[in-house]
Design a protein around this ligand. Structure first.
Ligand code: ATP
Ligand code: MG
Length: 649
């Protein structure tokens, strides 16, 4: 058994207890955990009262046909009404829903009343185009307010949306449109990225040569660049939506009515079409948004710095925040445009109190240096969140120190496209944070770290993360493929949801993520975690970012190969940097973890949501053809790394 358990379990002694003034007024307390543990279903039934229902549900969970769950199955509601109209009716029509900041510096302020009107117009427009409840609509947009409006308009008429990240190619767009058989596409002429307008519409035109089922394309004018419009198919948003009425009577839909399909980021293989439905998803996202971020809707200004084409954009930029009547910031562009302090300037300008972003961004800011954020007033921040990958302890401490003024709790939220909502995270008023740990399940959620025999591991041991009870915002299936749904998530450990992530329980029973099960390395019979070796590398003062993979090795089975990006103040690292780093890992974790090879690189291959794609690095380390690269941010990165690798041999 010991050979099968993850063997490089590192130690971290730093602790950050919650600020007492935050705890004193916290939304979640230790009582919340106790209440949820006593009766999880009753707990979720109570949270369902956060929403406005047309028909109040009398049932909570229907698990009579596992793993196909139904939540609140006899309830009826409308998602858009919950995000918009009801706040206006409650007297909050003048509250800002979005402070939008365009990359060139243009801005828009959209109140809940304005958002409601715009969503109604767009709903009427879609109806005029013949879109009916159940029809799928593709959304391929830059980060502009119309992206959220388009999602909500679809939800309002019961047409499931599938948002495709605006940076994806025509191919990726075409395959998603085809997979869920969309009839209408909503897009824009383009958006601003890195200081210039980049076009979107040509990719739609190209994709549609392969998607004959698409009848209409609605095009938002953002950049005013020359845009080809196909007569009879393409319509300008400002004309067609602009002339619609802002009156729209929303129909109520069953709680299990499909809300959207979202394709996963593809870090471990071909993307999967995750289906989320309405009632349970909104209960889960609304409650966790309020709980994890200790949200005070009257005073907080919340910023999820993630793209709408990623699940984080769905759950914590649109549905969670809007059901809670939150004031959010939405930013169109890149963090370095026009200067590397752009994010901090935005935080100062809007007095943002809660920031939610990915470790990849934090490591980039570390690489650029702490003197950049130091020029801005970030004192409005009170909570920082992290999502997308395990956060390396060093990145966590940097984030807390240099962005949070050593004051703010950091919530490291573990979840997936499939889970819809946060599942494992500290709660800012309760948990004493440990840098690098996702800590404990959210109240109402049951998880277990198990070994190969599905037995719970003890404290201090590693294994596989499973979820042992259904939860409201769980995926209902993979679009059109129930069999793959059962096979992927429910067959490895019968009766439990298999997340595909390695995890460990520390001596206190708190949970740490160790990387994808697909990425775990086996070195001389020892199973090694990619995350822990990467974190050891990042804890060296010269390193900003690291990716570790296992490459086939004649003597050890697999050998550790690391790719590192240095911090800018480290220059080229000096002649002995590789030896220095190998020694550092050996000291931090043990000789067995010493990488066989370390490559200093400029960039790492990442998905659009900022996750390192280790499978591509493994292909390189083992001299193979590259696998599926459609969700890669920048394909030239792989060429650079390959050349680098060849030069080093
Ligand atoms: P695919 O399933 O197609 O490979 P993906 O898993 O990258 O894509 P997402 O659903 O966006 O797509 O990512 C979820 C995964 O991200 C989790 O399974 C986990 O590996 C990782 N993750 C997200 N947040 C955290 C976190 N806070 N700590 C550790 N890992 C995280
Ligand atoms: Mg996944």
């Amino acid at each position: 058994m010991s050979e099968e358990t993850l063997s490089n379990l590192s130690h971290e002694e730093r602790r950050f207890p919650p600020p007492p003034e935050l705890s004193a007024q916290a939304n979640v307390t230790t009582d919340t955990y106790a209440e949820a543990a006593a009766d999880p279903e009753a707990f979720w039934a109570k949270q369902a009262e956060r929403l406005t229902w047309g028909t109040t549900p009398t049932q909570t969970l229907d698990w009579s046909n596992p793993p196909f769950a139904k939540w609140f199955a006899d309830g009826e509601l409308n998602a858009a009404v919950n995000c918009c109209d009801r706040h206006v009716e409650a007297g909050h029509g003048d509250r800002v829903a979005f402070h939008w900041e365009g990359e060139p510096g243009d801005t828009r302020t959209i109140t809940y009343a304005e958002l409601t009107d715009e969503v109604c117009r767009a709903a009427n427009a879609l109806t005029e185009l013949g879109v009916r409840a159940g029809d799928r609509v593709a959304i391929y947009m830059p980060m502009i307010p119309e992206a959220a409006v388009a999602m909500l308009a679809c939800a309002r008429i019961g047409a499931p949306h599938t948002v495709v990240f605006g940076g994806f190619s025509a191919d990726a767009l075409a395959s998603r449109i085809a997979d869920c058989d969309c009839q209408v596409v909503i897009t824009a002429d383009g958006g601003y990225r890195k200081g210039k307008p980049s076009a979107l519409k040509p990719a739609v035109d190209e994709a549609l040569t392969r998607c004959p089922g698409v009848r209409n394309v609605l095009v938002v004018r953002r950049t005013e660049q020359e845009t080809a419009m196909t007569e009879g198919r393409d319509l300008w948003w400002h004309e067609f939506v602009g002339r619609q009425s802002s009156e729209h009577e929303a129909q109520m839909f069953n709680a299990e009515h499909p809300l959207y399909i979202m394709y996963t980021s593809g870090s471990t293989g071909k993307p999967k079409g995750i289906l989320h439905t309405t009632g349970g998803y909104l209960v889960g996202t609304s409650w966790t948004h309020w709980a994890t971020f200790d949200l005070k809707p009257e005073t907080d200004v919340f910023w999820t710095a993630a793209d709408i084409g990623w699940v984080t954009g769905h759950s914590y930029l649109v549905y969670g925040p809007l059901t809670n009547g939150t004031t959010s910031v939405m930013y169109e562009g890149t963090p370095e445009t026009p200067h590397q302090g752009r994010w901090w300037e935005i935080i100062e300008k809007y007095k943002i109190s809660i920031l939610y972003c990915a470790p990849t961004a934090i490591r980039t800011f570390m690489k650029w240096g702490a003197e950049i954020p130091a020029k801005f007033d970030l004192s409005s921040l009170r909570i920082l969140g992290s999502v997308g990958e395990p956060i390396n302890p060093e990145a966590y401490v940097w984030y807390r120190t240099h962005i949070g003024g050593d004051r703010t709790p950091v919530v490291d939220t573990w979840w997936q496209t499939e889970t819809g909502m946060h599942m494992i995270t500290p709660m800012p008023g309760v948990t004493a944070g440990k840098p690098g740990a996702a800590m404990t399940p959210v109240p109402g959620i049951s998880v277990e770290v198990v070994n190969d025999e599905a037995q719970p591991v003890g404290n201090g041991e590693g294994g596989y993360l499973t979820i042992t009870k259904p939860w409201p915002s769980m995926l209902r299936t993979l679009w059109g493929d129930d069999e793959r749904f059962v096979e992927t998530y429910w067959s490895r450990f019968p009766g439990m949801y298999f997340a595909g992530d390695g995890a460990k329980k520390d001596e206190d029973g708190d949970i740490w993520f160790l990387g994808r099960v697909d990425d775990v390395m086996n070195v001389s019979g020892h199973r090694m975690s990619t995350t822990e070796i990467e974190s050891a590398l990042v804890s060296h003062p010269k390193v900003a970012e690291a990716a570790v993979v296992g490459a086939t090795d004649a003597t050890t089975g697999q050998a550790i190969v690391a790719f590192v990006i240095l911090r800018s103040e480290a220059g080229d690292g000096g002649p002995d940097v590789v030896q220095e780093l190998r020694q550092h890992v050996a000291k931090e974790i043990g000789a067995i973890a010493r990488p066989r090879q370390i490559m200093v690189v400029e960039e790492l291959p990442k998905t659009r949501s900022g996750k390192i794609m280790r499978r591509l690095l493994r292909d390189i380390a083992e001299n193979r053809e590259l696998g599926d690269v459609t969700t890669l941010t920048d394909s030239t990165v792989m060429e650079l790394i390959k050349d680098n690798m060849a030069g080093a041999k």
